[in-house]
Design a protein around this ligand. Structure first.
Ligand code: PBG
Length: 322
């Protein structure tokens, strides 16, 4: 045999030398959940090791993550039912706890990269990502609200806005409003190919944001499709997105590859709540080695073409690096 591929696997040093993909904390964004109040740190029951923090404790958590080398955070707010309404008005109230917290985070740690979520679901009484009328999700009317919340978040000092709503035309609309108001430096990471997925379950527990009727299939993508991802990516390119995101990650590695091979923008992948919780749950049961499963999943996401990974594993990964 002339070709013996095993020769390149024969020692750790050679395996390391021939390794094509490496994980780096520099490529990771840590999603975090914020609640109103003080001194609160409550574990999300379906996400072991992941908490909802009030701002005082979130600042401490961010500080300890930064000491471990995590420099990018994506903060999601969990609103009580009492503050939700049909038009998501809290989303652009400058005195709402989410916007106050974003301001405080950026003021305390100007060097970190702060990402925020742009969508109506945390603030809207029916749990959808857009305005609802007669059981339908309105597109163009929603854009105006998304733009108002984007502007409020940009004013709070956010570095990257993350429109996660999947309304048509939102990236261009938001870009226009940002630029008109002097926020040409605020970036947009578009949730470009966001699929209608069962893997968001634990996240909706964390935020109490599950839709109150129906599902999100008229705006989130059909898991059976890949061509549509190209249309979405074309539009986001034209509309001025700075990053393209695929979400979820693991069941959509082909989509990550497709976009990374066809678009020059950095591709991000969201390793979502369900993908995290599956590994954690199986690990707790002793059914698999969750640490190795974590590394293997993250590697596969990177190998498929993602430059950036949003992952609840970021802190765990950081701890094992030190
Ligand atoms: C909603 C939003 C969702 C996630 C991020 N933003 C859930 C949804 O679309 O219902 C999911 C993230 C995760 O599961 O980790 N705008």
């Amino acid at each position: 045999m002339l070709r013996r591929p095993r020769r390149n696997r024969k020692s750790e040093v050679i395996r390391n030398m021939t390794e094509e993909t490496t994980l780096s904390l520099k490529d990771m964004i840590f999603p975090m959940f914020l609640v109103d109040g003080r001194n609160k740190k409550v574990e999300v029951s379906s996400m072991p090791g992941i908490y909802r923090f009030s701002i005082d404790l979130m600042l401490k958590e961010i500080e300890s993550c930064m000491k471990l080398g995590i420099m990018a955070f994506d903060v999601f707010p969990a609103y009580p039912e009492s503050l939700k309404d049909t038009k998501a008005t809290q989303s652009y109230n400058p005195e709402t706890f989410y916007l106050k917290a974003l301001r405080e985070i950026k003021r305390t740690f100007p060097e970190l990269c702060l990402m925020s979520d742009v969508a109506m679901d945390p603030y809207i009484s029916d749990g959808h990502d857009g305005l609802v009328k007669d059981g339908k999700i309105l597109n163009d009317e929603t854009l105006e609200i998304l733009a108002r919340m984007s502007l409020a978040q940009a004013e709070a000092g956010v570095d990257i806005l993350g429109p996660s709503d999947m309304m048509d035309g939102r990236v261009g609309y938001i870009r226009g409003v940002l630029d008109e108001n002097g926020f040409s430096e605020t970036s947009i990471m578009s949730y470009t190919a966001k699929y209608s997925s069962a893997f968001y379950g634990p996240f909706r527990d964390a935020l109490d944001s599950a839709p109150k009727f129906g599902d999100k299939k008229t705006y989130q993508m059909n898991p059976a499709n890949s061509q549509e991802a190209l249309i979405e990516a074309d539009l986001d390119m034209e509309e001025g997105a700075d990053f393209l995101m695929v979400k979820p990650a693991l069941a959509y590695l082909d989509i990550i590859k497709l976009l990374s091979e066809n678009y020059p923008l950095p591709i991000a992948a969201y390793n979502v709540s369900g993908e995290f919780s599956m590994i954690k749950a199986a690990g707790e049961k002793g059914w698999l080695d969750s640490d190795r499963a974590m590394l293997e999943s993250l590697l596969s996401i990177k190998r498929s073409g993602a430059k950036i990974i949003l992952t609840y594993f970021a802190k765990e990964f950081a701890i094992r690096e030190t």
